[in-house]
Design a protein around this ligand. Sequence first.
Ligand code: LLP
Length: 489
Amino acid sequence: MCKQLKVGPRDSLQPVLSAILQIPLIAVFEISKQQKNMANAQQAKLSTAFYYLNDNFYCENSPVHQIENELEKTSGCDDDDDDRSATPLYIYSQAQLHRNIQSYKDAIQSAGMSGRMHIFYAVKANPNLHLMELVRKQNCGAVTVSGYELKAALNTGFVPEMILLNGNGKQMWEIRLALKNGCMLNVDSYFDAENIISVARQLQKTARVLIRVNPGLEQSSTPVHSYLSTALKNSKFGIPLHQFDQVLELLRAEHFIQVVGLHCHVGSTIRDAFIYSDVTRILLDIRQKLITQGYAHLKYLDIGGGLGIDYYHGTNQEQSPLSSTGELIQAIASLLPPDVEVIIEPGRSLVANTGILVTKVLGSKKSPDGGKNFVVVDAAMNDLIRPSFYQAYHHVLPVRKSISSEGTYDIVGPICESGDFLAVDRRLAQEPVKGDLMAIMDIGAYGMAMASNYNMRARAAEVLVDGNSWKIIRRRENFESLVRTMTAD
Ligand code: LLP
C-alpha cells in the first residue's frame, strides 16, 4: 500500500489529450512497492486540538473522558435493557476547524489570490449542520452532490451563488432546486446537459454551469486507492474528452445556459501539489480553446478537492502528505491569468483532523495460534467504514495513558462481518483492557458521513467542543428512531 511518488516521463495522456485538444502532457507517477515502518503510535505528532495533559487525552480544554462520563450520566435512559452508554461517540474541535480554514485563507492571501480563489466546502465530508454553519460563517461556499446536501447548504445560510450542485446522476427535482435558488451546476454528461437545459427552459431561468472534464487518466497516474480516483479513463465522472465537442455544441445552442467555468476533480487523499498544477494546465488549455470558440463568461476554474492529510501523524514517512495547503495554492496561483478565478473544493483537509471517534473496549481475545490479539470495542464498521472499505489507516490512542506493555492488536467491532475492523496489526504502546476508552483519530471527514445502521446499530452522537465547553450537535439514535420509518403512523 505504501507508495513513493516521482514525476516520470510525460507520456501517459499523450494519445487522448493531444489527439483531441492538443493539450500538453501531464505528469506520470512511478509507484514503488517499498513497504515501510510503523512507529510507536504514542510518539506520533497530534493535531493541535488533541493532546495529552497529565496522561489524559484532551480536545481543546476538555478532557475526553469527562465528556464521555457526563454524557453517560445524562443519557436520559434509565432502562437496564436498553443502551445507556455514551460510546461510540464522535467529538469535534471547533478551534481545529477554524485553524484548517484559516490555513487555506492564509495560503490564498500569501499567494496574492484573495478575492480570486474561493473555498467551496465539500459537504459530503461531513454534513452536520452545526459544522456546516461554522464553515459558512468563514465565508466559504459549498459543493454539494445531492438535493438534500443542497437543502442543507441553503438552510445553513450559504450564499446560493456560492453553492455548486455537482453529480453524475442529478435528478430533475435536484436540478430544479439548484436553478430556482440561483446555484451553479456542474454538467457531468450529455444527458445531464439535456436535463439541465430542459429544467432551465421550464423555469425560464439561466443556468450558470461549469463543465466537468474527465481527462481520462490511467490508474497508474493517480496514486490513490482506486475507489478514490475520479478522473480515470474508466471513471463514471465528467465528460470524456472525446465527447466534449458534442456536449459543447448542445450547450452553445442554448439560450438558457451560461457556461461559467470548467471543473475537474482528480480524486482524494492526494499528496502532491503538482497534480493540481497539471489539472490547472489542462483546464486552462481547454478554456483557451473555448474562448476562441466564443465562450465569453469562463470566469471559473474549479480544480476540485482531494488534498490528503497526515493520517499517520508522522509515523510513516511514505504516507505523509507531501503537500501543504500553501504548496497546493502556490502550485495553482502561479499559472493563472489575471481574469481567472479559482474554486477549490476541500472536504477532508478542512474537517478530518477536527474529529475523533471515542470507543470503549468490551474485551479481548486471542486467535488459537496466538497470531492475533483481538481487542473488541463498541465502535464498528458502521461508525467508521474507511478501514474496511479502503484499508484506510486511522491512528488509535488511549484516552487515558497507563503504564503497561506494548503489543500488536487488531481493533475490531461487534458487527457480524470479518471485515469489521478499525485497525489491523496495530502496534500499541499500551494494552487496551476492558472499559478503557480509545480515540480513533481523524474521523471528521467521511466518518459519521458514511455511517450506517448495519446490524441495527444506532448511529452515534456527535459533540462539538469549544474550549472548555461542549454541546451535542447530533443526538444518538435509538431503537425508536431506527424503526420510525418502518412503522405505520
Ligand atoms: N469535490 C468533488 C467533486 C468530490 O467528488 C470530492 C470527494 C471532493 C470535492 C472532496 O474531496 P476531499 O477533499 O474530501 O478528499 N469516502 C472517501 C472519500 C470520497 C471522496 C469523494 N469525493 C474517503 O473516506 O476517503
